[in-house]
Every structure is written in structure tokens, then in C-alpha cells.
Design a protein around this ligand. Sequence first.
Ligand code: SF4
Length: 418
Amino acid sequence: MSTDDSAEWSDADESLLARLDYTYGSQEGGTEANETCSGRTEVNISADTTVTSDNDITHKSGQDSATHSDSDTCVASRQPPTTGVADKGENPLTSGNFNPLTMFIKSQYFTVTDLTTQLWCEQHMLYALMGIEPQPPEPLEGEVQVPVPLKTADRPEVKAGKSVHLARELEIHDFVKVKISSKGEKWAVHILNLLSAIQGFLSGISVVREVPVFGDPFGTGDLFFGIIDELRFDQETYSVQLSELKTRKSERLPGKAQKKQHIFQVQVYKRLWDNLVRGEFSADHFLTKLSLTEEADQPLSDEIVQLMDASAISAETLRQLLTNVLSAAQSLVCISSTIIEYVQQDTGISIGQTKVQDDEERLLRAFHWCMEFWHGRREVQGVEIEEAWKCHSCEYASICEWRQQKCEEYRLKNALQS
Ligand code: SF4
């Protein structure tokens, strides 16, 4: 989940990575030559900074780890939770004044992967947000104690996916490390990276990677941020294709639940990009939402100004920069096709592709389901019985109150039927 920016900026020695190749080199050739090396990881933001990127959430969520069995059921014989949330005295589920938005979204924006994490299991997401440490599963009778599961970000397959993804981006971009000393400068770098992609397309480049996008995709007043893996611009048909790459530990395509997350993710990315192109997102909304209205009119730092020197754009303040980039985005076109490519992370071999069809109704339904929780209109939910197999590899299974409640419900139901 997005971090608390107010805490982030206590250290003035933060840094970000910016891509400065406003006029890219021969990307297309490089891309084709390395098509087998792909993945998804954080790119714009240096791994050694404390700034949380969109992709940090993806990996925390375990969506790409492909460790899930699809045959588990609710194991009622395990012990009920005795540790975790309640023991920490901070269980928001029972506090009576639960407001997840103000409690957890202190950075004032969501990332797209926040929502995909939520779609996997909202209860899991909440435990992670609350800082609950992974718990060892309660051993069944006769079982030896199994070790505490690794946090998703620490899992080898997640680290491997990050490395593959970084290598893939380095095929077409050089990074420049940028010192930042404020929240506004952090966003200035993101905006410059978006500009880099826009200007790349406008100068005849056909492939750009790790493209930041932001906006209010469904007009709910919330701000979302995400990083699109890859956009391809066909100069002849004047069309843009979005491509999302997912690395897999196994050589199998993901199951339905993971695919659902991935499809949702790219549909939100598409919406964000299209809204930018249509001019449906204002600088004022962005700056107000991020509490940047004052900083937005301060002069940009020398480093940020130097970054801009490589572009055809000039701005003295964050507000000017954002306004100019939002204007430049309107020179482009909406995304016309969307694909998800799955590759095996060790070999880089493509396992398959999914062409994503637009499904506005389903997208809106999923989005509003997510936001109902954040806006405090319903309580947290875990997985239903049909997806209880997710609990099998869940690091919170032994303390999960939702799971215990569901198990109890089904135990009673079975007892009544017998
Ligand atoms: S045990 Fe199941 S319901 Fe509970 S957090 Fe884990 S996946 Fe979600």
C-alpha cells in the first residue's frame, strides 16, 4: 500500500530514478532481440529508496508468485486464531470507528496494484496493512511444525521476477539517479517519466516501458497511480497497444483468480491512460489530492530543471510542469488493444498471452466493490468457500478471523444437514 509521505520526507537525501531518454534510440530492435526476457518490477524508483512504488504492492500481494493450489478447502479442524490482530490491541475490525481510507491511505493516493491485491483477498491485504507478521500454520495432529511463510516480497520467485523485469527495462532505458527533497519533487520525476514516454511516441519511437499514469479513473474523487509495463505505438495505424508482463515460477498459465486480477489491473491502466489522453484529469485535482497546492508554485529544484533540459518542455514550477505534460498527453491516442503476456521467469520463455476484452460492466463492478471498503461502506471480506484454496498458502491462515468464521459457518451448516 502506498506509504505515508509525511514520514517519507523527513529524510532529505531521498533519490529517484528518472529516464531521460526523451528521444529514444533504436528501441524496437532491442526490444525484439530480448523479447524473451520480461517481467514486472519497480523501475522508476530506486530499490534503495523508501518511496513505495506501484510494483512493490504487486509483489507484496503474491499475485505473481504462482504458489497457489486450486484445490484447497476450508480446514475446519485447525485451531482457531489465538494470536495476531486481536493480540496487538489494534484490531480495526472491532474498533467501532473503522475508516480504512484515513487509516491506511495516508499518502492520499491508491496504486492500481492496491486494488489487485484487494481482489485476491481483502482480509489478507488488511492484515498486511496492519503490519501483522506472517504466522506459522497451526500443525494438524501428527504434523511437524512448518516454518513461518516468507513475506511475499521476500519470496525467491518474487525477487527473480523483479530482476527479470529490471533487466527488461534496461534494454531500452538508461536511468539517471535524481536527488529529491520533497514530495513535490518525487511527483515531478514521475511526471517527467510520463513525459519521456509521450515525447518518445511523438518523436517516432514505437515502444516505451514503465510508463507512469495517474488520475481518477471512475470519477469517484480518488487518485490512482500506476506504472504501465509497456506501450507500443503503431505509427501506421496510429494506435496504441498496452502490454502487461507477468513472470511465473511455473510453466503453467495462472488460474482464473490470478487472471482476474491481471485483467482488472490492465483495464484500470487503460482507463487511466485514456483519461489522460482525453484531458479528463486536471492538474488542480492532482495537486489538491496530494496536498501539493502550495509546493506546486515553488520553483523546481535545479536537478529537476536539468532533467527537463533534455525535453522540449519548460516549466519553472510543478504546476506548470504538470499542466504542460497533461496537455502534451492529449496529442496521443487512447489504447486500442490490451494484452497480458506470461513468461517463465528462469527461462524467459513465453508461456502464453491473454488478449483482454473490454468489459466495462465487470470492471465497474469490481472497482466499486473495492472502493466500498475504502469508503467505509462495508466491512472487510476474506475469500468465499469457492476460493478457500487461497488460504492454503496464506501466511495469515492460522490467525485469520474471517477464515475461522467461515469454517464455523460451514461446520454448523454441515451439522444441521447431517
Ligand atoms: S486465510 Fe484466507 S481469508 Fe484469511 S487472509 Fe488468508 S487468504 Fe484471506
